[in-house]
Write a protein that binds this ligand. Structure first.
Ligand SMILES: CC(C)(COP(=O)(O)OP(=O)(O)OC[C@H]1O[C@@H](n2cnc3c(N)ncnc32)[C@H](O)[C@@H]1OP(=O)(O)O)[C@@H](O)C(=O)NCCC(=O)NCCS
Length: 154
């Protein structure tokens, strides 16, 4: 579980993990404090190698919304992102979670594979719908984000 003092390291890891959008360091501090119960960090030899920020959607606490996942390039392809999500879902706070949601741009193949793998392991379908669109929500300044909804799972 992250601590507030991890916020600046999460900020640096996200900066080194394109195509993720950089948030303010303040937002990362909130992820590592208010949302620590539904977020995770992974480290080795005091190096932060992984970060996953997520929260239970207000009013829909059966759904974990994954905000950002970043794994340092030295640690990719070893199951770290999958283990962070499994770890969060195993916590008592998430015992009522039946769905995972996230948004992904069309061109983020690694993220699509990650969430397809999570759905496959949990033997669930993925429903994909357009969520935040380039023109309507981003004023043409960001590619559309597609909502992936995985579940229900036990
Ligand atoms: C996406 C990312 C978090 C994956 O982390 P990871 O720890 O390497 O992922 P895992 O090892 O847990 O892999 C999970 C699944 O996704 C697949 N996968 C992960 N990265 C992949 C890639 N670049 N190409 C193809 N498949 C990939 C794995 O093969 C695995 O599938 P499997 O279970 O069928 O074998 C990491 O590549 C990253 O930080 N990328 C930059 C930031 C980003 O795009 N974040 C996601 C958006 S929120």
């Amino acid at each position: 579980m992250p601590e507030a003092t991890d916020g600046s390291r999460v900020y640096d890891l996200v900066a080194a993990s394109p195509p993720l959008d950089q948030n303010s360091m303040y937002a990362n501090l909130l992820q590592c404090s208010h949302f620590a119960g539904t977020s995770a960090v992974a480290e080795s030899d005091n190096r932060l190698l992984g970060s996953l920020s997520a929260y239970l959607i207000p009013g829909r606490e059966d759904t974990l919304f994954v905000w950002q996942v970043a794994v340092h390039e030295d640690a990719r392809g070893m199951g770290m992102a999958s283990r962070m999500i499994d770890h969060i879902l195993s916590r008592p706070l998430c015992s009522g979670v039946r769905f995972i949601e996230t948004t992904i741009t069309r061109d983020n193949g690694a993220s699509r594979k990650l969430f397809a793998s999570i759905a496959r392991r949990r033997k669930c379908e993925i429903a994909e719908t357009e969520f935040f669109t380039k023109e309507r929500h981003f004023d043409g300044r960001h590619d559309s984000e597609f909502l992936f909804r995985i579940g229900p799972f036990a």
